[in-house]
Ligand binder design. Sequence first.
Ligand SMILES: [Zn+2]
Length: 110
Amino acid sequence: MSSNAQRCATCYGEGAVGGQHGPEACPDCHGLGTLPSATVLTERRLRELEAGYASRGDQVGQDVAWLAGEVRRAHHALIQILAASQDAEQDDPTSAQIRGLANSVLNLYG
Ligand SMILES: [Zn+2]
């Protein structure tokens, strides 16, 4: 387990949960016992929301699709900002602050 991996709270890190016919792979961590990165979890949830609302075919579905696109655009910008701050001098306090702020959302490293 990497130092940044978060133990799954659904299965308590075991990777399995009780089902009707015995143990089943945990639906949240897919049997790994740890959760994927915050970026992966966000993308997974966005896709669930899009799939759930797209079938409605109404304004709410269009609004959710727009909002999901904006979240993806913001995450992409944060990744670019994090990369740019890592290219800067490591001892520069402004770059370190920018890295910390971007990482507080992306949670790519601890
Ligand atoms: Zn789990």
